[in-house]
Design a protein around this ligand. Structure first.
Ligand code: ATP
Ligand code: MG
Length: 118
């Protein structure tokens, strides 16, 4: 395994790049979902590291191959759903869309995050 020289997501709470890291995490999560790999523990802030090479997920010890990976859904559930900046109804719509159209749901959540920043 490669050592990742990075800082955990937790350290970025209340900083201006927190949502940029979350957006990159959602893109990573989407790509993992397409590969059929479920990390399973992305709700823990310290499994998401921001490094000079970008956002990296670590510790796949509970990871599984599955036809129904929920990386993207878990990140929304753990970080955005409990964030008062976001409308829960809208998040539910996006997670429901994700089941039939992953790409559109990804683009939609990235846009929602961009719009919530200001
Ligand atoms: N910076 C890093 N880069 C790469 N791997 C890391 C880094 N920091 C921790 N790890 C790896 O992440 C894993 C974390 O260790 P471990 O699973 O023991 O702790 P945990 O996930 O906090 O606890 P738990 O037993 O509840 O899963 C280890 O495999 C460790 O090598
Ligand atoms: Mg672990």
């Amino acid at each position: 395994m490669e050592y990742i020289d990075g800082k955990p997501l937790k350290k970025y709470e209340n900083t201006i790049i927190y949502y940029d890291i979350l957006k990159e995490s959602l893109i990573n999560a989407y790509n993992l979902d397409l590969k059929g790999i479920f990390h399973g523990q992305l709700g823990r802030y310290y499994h998401i590291l921001n490094s000079a090479k970008g956002v990296r997920f670590i510790d796949f010890e509970r990871g599984v191959f599955t036809e129904n990976p929920r990386n993207f859904l878990q990140i929304i559930g753990y970080y955005l759903y409990r964030d008062e900046k976001f409308d829960k109804k809208q998040l539910i719509e996006i997670t429901s869309l994700y089941k039939s159209n992953k790409k559109d749901a990804l683009n939609m959540i990235l846009k929602v995050i961009d719009e919530s920043k200001y």
